[in-house]
Write a new protein. Sequence first.
Length: 169
Amino acid sequence: RQYRKPLIVISPKGLLKSPAAISSLDEMAPGNQFKPVLDDPVATEAPSEVEKVVFVSGKLYYDLVKERASKGLDDRIALVRIEEMSPFPRNELEQVIDQYNYARDFVWCQEEPENAGAYAFMAPRIAQLIPRNEKLQYVGRSALATPATGISSVYRAEQAQLIQDALTV
């Protein structure tokens, strides 16, 4: 881009010092640039084995990576991070989706309720890119009038359920 704009970072404290969320100085050196879509570094080793592609944004990615590894599903589920939603990264997403030509399930996963978060914006755009008329599935909390239930035990149960749903092959 030929214009300047401010960087706005919104991040939960839980990832502040997490080694999984740290970038090296080399990744920020000249010659590198911001990537609106981050493909799964594990799944790209054998993209023909991937059965499910999960699109995710934010800290939920780290929860999914941890659970996927514990279930031994690294080669069957690709976790694709979308770091920029607007302008929509069509070309970058097309490149990522094209390499998973054997995948049968495509999922948008988010922590927010269905009527909040990025799902309503991203779903119709991603659906246009999915091959063979597959449908984009939604995994997350059902629509709510409030952004959260406010009860930690309910939150944890919902979080565990959506992670399980996202990683079911």
